[in-house]
Structure formats: structure tokens, C-alpha cells
Design a protein around this ligand. Structure first.
Ligand code: OAD
Length: 250
């Protein structure tokens, strides 16, 4: 692992455009449950009941209860060393794009700016009927389901299964992935597309691609290097090594 870390630090130190995709694993060390790992959210809830447009239409109250529970969990946790390390890395490059599948807002709380939230955010709500957006949406919700002024109800601004990703946000993430020198996939099982394809696209366009995850994933063979460990340990270590290479003390 040390040899791999040194190799990645060398590559990063010489890079100017970096693109990153994160998943729920980066928030695991903050105490946010992942989806598909042992005791993950999708073992305890049926996603058809809480995370589809049909569920919102059939049972908006039940969907809101699920997301209010998640908002309560996420408000109670803090960003971890992995989130902070990415915020520290950003200004070290000419261009640094952070796309996340997470809806928890922890990257922003750790100081990352311009985060591309490809699956939306728990801290916004909108109305599918009239298009009104409430940002930020207060916690706790004043009423469940919260009424919209137009007579319909608001829904959480998260991407549900079967829905398209927010067009402009995903276009920006795709552009960054296609133009970068180095891409990371961090803390994601890489099974939910199209987000999972961002680092793959980067690799196809010639970028050096790195996975950070304690476990192998379906896409592991597509990466140049896989750093096997928790993001909260691997990322701060990497930041220190990149600094040392840049300062010529490695
Ligand atoms: P998953 O639960 O599918 O995968 C989490 C990944 O994080 C696994 O590969 C773990 O091995 C890894 N992991 C666990 N702890 C880690 C740590 N400390 N550091 C780094 N990695 C760690 O979650 P996602 O890949 O985020 O979509 O799931 C993708 C999408 O599926 C989510 O955005 C959500 C979900 O359904 C929507 O809701 C639309």
C-alpha cells in the first residue's frame, strides 16, 4: 500500500486537473450508513417504498418520514478527515472538481466549494408540479408532507430510482471527468449508473484513475491503482505525501 500511495502522490503532484467522485463510503466514518454494505440502508428499507417517484405519488408522508429520519441522522454527525482532506487538496490544482453521490452536505461542511451533487441534496425541497425550489429547506420540516403554495406538496430534492440526474450538474461532472489528468472514485460500490461511469470515462480519456475503498468493487479492474483502506486514513496520508513531493522532500 505504501508503494501505491507514493506512486499516486507522485502522479498527483504533477497533475493540474483532478476530478473526484465520492459515494456513501466517505461519510461512513462520520457515522452515516452506507447503502449496500452489511446493515446498509437498503437492507433495512425497501427502496421501492421510499426512493421511487411511485412511492412519492402513493405515500408522500412515508417518503418524507424516511428522509426526515435521514436528515436527523446527518444533522447529528460531523465531516471526517476524508472530507477535510479533499477540501485541502482542491486549491493545490489548477482545476479540481468534486462530484458526489451523497446527499448529506458533509463535503460542503468540511469546506469544499462548488460540489456537484449528482444525486441531489437532503437540504433542499421542490415541487414537481410548479417547479418551486426551497433551498435550504428547514429541518425539521414544518409539516409532513410540506405543502407547496400551488396546492401540491413539496418533495425532497434527491434523485429517486428511475429519475434522471440533474442535467447541468451531471454535464459539468462529465466535462470535468473527460478533461482531467487524474480521477478518483472514493467510497462507492460503483454499481449505480451513470454516476459510476464518471471515473471510467476519465480513464478512457487517458486520465490516471484511482479507487479508494477498503473493499474491491465491480469496477476495480478499470482503475490504475486501488488504495485499500478507509478514506479517512488514506486521503489525509495522500495529502501529506503530495505536499512532500511538491516541496521536494519526498
Ligand atoms: P454503497 O453502499 O453501494 O457503497 C459504499 C461503498 O463504500 C462500498 O464499496 C464500501 O466498501 C465503501 N466504504 C465503506 N466504508 C468506507 C470508508 N471508510 N472509506 C471508503 N470507502 C468505504 O453506496 P454508494 O456507492 O454511495 O443513490 O451508493 C450509490 C448510490 O446508491 C447512492 O448515491 C444512492 C444509493 O441507492 C440514490 O439514492 C439515487
Amino acid at each position: 500500500m505504501t508503494a501505491d500511495l507514493d506512486r499516486v502522490a507522485e502522479v498527483l503532484a504533477g497533475a493540474s486537473r483532478v476530478s473526484v467522485l465520492t459515494g456513501s463510503g466517505i461519510s461512513a466514518e462520520s457515522g452515516v450508513p452506507t447503502f449496500r454494505t452489511e446493515d446498509g440502508l437498503w437492507e433495512n428499507y425497501r427502496l421501492e417504498d421510499v426512493a421511487t417517484p411511485e412511492a412519492v405519488a402513493r405515500n408522500p408522508r412515508g417518503v418524507w418520514e424516511f428522509y426526515e429520519m435521514r436528515r436527523a441522522n446527518m444533522q447529528a454527525v460531523q465531516p471526517n478527515a476524508g472530507h477535510f482532506a479533499l477540501a485541502e487538496l482542491a486549491p493545490m490544482f489548477e482545476s479540481f472538481t468534486l462530484a458526489t453521490q451523497n446527499i448529506d452536505g458533509l463535503h460542503q461542511r468540511a469546506g469544499s466549494a462548488d460540489v456537484l451533487e449528482v444525486h441531489g441534496s437532503l437540504w433542499r425541497a421542490h415541487c414537481d408540479h410548479c417547479g418551486r425550489v426551497v433551498d435550504p429547506f428547514p429541518f425539521p420540516a414544518p409539516e409532513i408532507p410540506p405543502p407547496c403554495g400551488c396546492g401540491e406538496v413539496l418533495r425532497p430534492s434527491v434523485v429517486l430510482f428511475g429519475e434522471a440526474l440533474p442535467h447541468d450538474v451531471f454535464a459539468a461532472a462529465t466535462a470535468a471527468a473527460s478533461e482531467c489528468d487524474v480521477a478518483f472514485s472514493i467510497g462507492t460500490s460503483s454499481v449505480v449508473w451513470p454516476a459510476a461511469g464518471l471515473p471510467v470515462l476519465a480513464g478512457e480519456r487517458g486520465a490516471f484513475v484511482i479507487e479508494i475503498n477498503p473493499a474491491a468493487t465491480e469496477l476495480t479492474p478499470a482503475f490504475d491503482v486501488s488504495l485499500r483502506g478507509p478514506a479517512g486514513t488514506v486521503l489525509p496520508d495522500l495529502v501529506r505525501r503530495v505536499r512532500r513531493v511538491r516541496e521536494g522532500t519526498a
